[in-house]
Design a binder for this molecule. Structure first.
Ligand SMILES: *[C@@H]1O[C@H](CO)[C@@H](O)[C@H](O)[C@H]1NC(C)=O
Ligand SMILES: *[C@@H]1O[C@H](CO)[C@@H](O)[C@H](O)[C@H]1NC(C)=O
Ligand SMILES: *[C@@H]1O[C@H](CO)[C@@H](O)[C@H](O)[C@H]1NC(C)=O
Length: 293
């Protein structure tokens, strides 16, 4: 009798262990919360997206830290769209990703899914997702994988590069300059990084300089090409004292980081990491002139 009780007790314990170990499996939302990304999980709940993300999946979920969520700027998309942009259908682990790889998200405005662009920097030690550093990769859960990022994936790449330059009020001079020398169609390719001088930056040129450039398309083309890289370089991928090769071969731009600011030659980046479908745009406060000009 005692032995029998003992056996049934052991059986009970075994069953309990199996149950506990099964219920200790977590879905990606619980995993995200366990990783401390509670504010983004709250946003997911608010949008109703937890109904999908607690499902079978598998999903790949990018979760910004609470600090990153606190820095979220004014949104031009809904919170639900923001969450959708942080989810990829299927399980994507960090070691499967190549530099400049594009993977579609659940954000699908007007029938075309928006991609996340992945980049590798610093000898492949830094992985970025649309310019946000992946700081805790590959936390697997029972319906997918979670990657913690240190910045919300925002803005999302709603347009291609020329459309963004045409849309921004502060880059209308740059848009005109690109049009004058027929560089607009070229900028539909990519991937590209464009350092786009603002209208104010063009006003800082000596008065006759800009007119001279407008009158000499060879010179203007060279100056504009000096603002373009044929790779995607997000701000976190830039290193102090680094030289970036431009498509005005063989001219390079110098990066200087100082007090959290980033300068490209003498141009301060005033607005960084504007995501476009074929790369990234950074606004700068000076027109960059290649030597000899
Ligand atoms: C979808 O299309 C509408 C109508 O053309 C447009 O106003 C809206 O900006 C588009 N949305 C996105 C995210 O491209
Ligand atoms: C136009 O600019 C190019 C490149 O700077 C220069 O070699 C050429 O002499 C200029 N042409 C005129 C007409 O000024
Ligand atoms: C980028 O431009 C450089 C310099 O013009 C060139 O050597 C390189 O092959 C280009 N890379 C790609 C991917 O087009």
């Amino acid at each position: 009798m005692y032995i029998l009780k003992m056996y049934s007790f052991i059986t009970f314990v075994l069953v309990l262990c199996i149950c506990v170990s099964k219920s200790s499996q977590v879905n990606i939302l619980q995993e995200a919360a366990n990783l401390g990304a509670t504010d983004f999980v709250k946003i997911i709940m608010e949008t109703g997206m937890q109904k999908i993300l607690a499902g079978t999946g598998p999903f790949t979920l990018f979760v910004p830290t609470n600090e990153a969520v606190s820095k979220l700027p004014k949104l031009y998309i809904t919170l639900k769209e923001l969450v959708q942009y942080h989810v990829i259908m299927g399980e994507v682990l960090s070691n499967q990703l190549k530099n400049e790889e594009l993977i579609p998200t659940l954000l699908n405005p007007n029938g075309t899914a928006l991609d996340i662009r992945f980049n590798l920097y610093k000898g492949n030690k830094l992985l970025t997702a649309e310019g946000s550093s992946v700081i805790v990769p590959d936390k697997t859960a029972d319906n997918g994988v979670v990657h913690v990022v240190d910045r919300v994936l925002y803005p999302v790449p709603l347009t291609n590069l020329p459309v963004l330059i045409a849309m921004l009020k502060s880059t209308s001079t740059m848009m005109s300059a690109l049009s004058v020398v027929d560089l607009v169609d070229f900028l539909l390719g990519g991937p590209f990084t464009l350092f786009a001088p603002t209208n104010d930056a063009f006003l800082k040129l000596p008065p006759d300089e800009f007119n001279k450039l407008l009158a000499n398309h060879t010179a203007l083309t060279a100056v504009l090409k000096y603002h373009i890289l044929n790779t995607t370089v997000w701000s976190v991928g830039m290193m102090n004292n680094e030289a970036l090769p431009t498509i005005l071969y063989p001219r390079w731009l110098g990066v200087t980081e100082y007090n959290g600011k980033i300068f490209i030659n003498n141009g301060l980046i005033t607005d960084r990491d504007l995501a476009v479908s074929n790369g990234v745009v950074h606004l700068i406060d000076h027109v960059l002139l290649p030597n000899p000009f």
